[in-house]
Design a binder for this molecule. Sequence first.
Ligand code: AMP
Ligand code: AMP
Length: 341
Amino acid sequence: MSQDITVGTIASHSALQILKGAKDEGFETVAICRKGTEKVYRQFKVADRIISIDNFNEFASIEDELVDMNTVLIPHGSFIAYLGLEGIKRLKPKYYGHKAILDWESDRQLERKWLERAGLKLPKMVDSPEKIDRPVIVKFFGAGGGNGYFLATSEEDFHEKMEKELDKGRLNDTRYIIQEYIIGTPLYIHYFHSLIMDETEIMSFDRRYETNVDSMGRIPAMDQLQLRIDPSYLVIGNFPLVVRESYLPKILQMGENVVEASKQVTKKGLYGPFCLETIVTDDGEIICFEISARIVAGTNPYVNGSPYTWLKYGEPMSTGRRVARELKNALNENRLEEVVE
Ligand code: AMP
Ligand code: AMP
């Protein structure tokens, strides 16, 4: 047992991998489940303890229990979705990661400043519908998982589709941004930055499986026109991917630059798992449209490690396990307080 710490997380998103990785590193684990979802976490034997709550907005009611267990919470996509930024900042149990970075990640303007400072290429922003002079993607703030995004090619097209989307009434936040639509192949790059080792590592890559955009190629263009299908981007799963080896030096440099730039905007900078969401164009440019400053679910195909972590570690090393390894290394060097908040 690794020095009486319990590794815990919300049971969704990438929890299986996080908890399995923690167990592999010798930690006790706890899964915080929404009632009715426990069976999966029991069946896969990843949780030593399960705490059930009716709804994640009751998370505060179990925090003392987590503190008593000396829990370190590992954040993932569901934390932001269910607890919100302020909920995360108020958490009482220990939390792996630098909370200040969340302000930079969740505000699209700050995020852009950060990535620009890192020297990444970003899609152009279009200030208002009248200025649409190229294909654009319209992204709502309240579009969980890309649901509700739409493409537009002109101002008229924008207004028509916007009206249609608002009529559906399914968005909880109707603020939006208009971004240049980049034509190319999506590439999600998974990194890990170790504070303890002072190193940025390439962990793996994925591409997403999204409905309905990924099924449009199965419908002949003629029928697409008749059916008037608008693409949507609700993520359903992820495919594993390896990239051309000659791209790796550039990709590693991008990750290192993002970490360096983060140190200029926050006290500790970004550490732990993070992901650059990119599109690679046909002239080989890697355009980054978003950063996730935490483990992404695209690492889930690699519970047993990726080709890259196999090269580096020679043992199964998922991103979840890499987090636990970092905690273990921090404990061994008496530096846990540096990596948790
Ligand atoms: P969930 O717990 O599945 O509701 O997911 C929480 C957040 O993570 C949502 O914003 C999802 O869009 C995102 N998410 C969940 N699974 C995936 C996935 N496989 N790939 C990318 N994003 C995901
Ligand atoms: P997101 O929710 O921001 O991760 O994006 C969801 C989907 O929209 C992904 O499939 C991306 O490939 C696509 N996407 C987002 N931004 C762009 C862009 N600027 N150009 C092309 N595709 C994009």
